[in-house]
Design a protein around this ligand. Sequence first.
Ligand code: ZN
Length: 102
Amino acid sequence: MENYDEIPKYRKKKSSKSKSANKSDHKHQYKDCLLVDEENRPHKAQYCKICGKINNIIFFETERVDERFRRMLTDNEVLQKYKDLEQFQVKSMWDKYVTINK
Ligand SMILES: [Zn+2]
């Protein structure tokens, strides 16, 4: 018996409409958090409360010093700034998901 029913169908890769069509059956609910990578560098980001998807990572946190200059915050300053946020350990800031403990 041969069954060709399961030939994969490739839909258009980037249709403008169907953002929600990629895997997730929910609307992501992003919440602020702090990611800490293996080198202990903190990054402000957001994660989805439901699936753990990471969003909006801030790679370099800066602060306006005066009208012309901004400076980068040190890791410590970032930690202090976001110390009230939930923290997640990630391998690197390229991770796509955090592990949600329930
Ligand atoms: Zn989600």
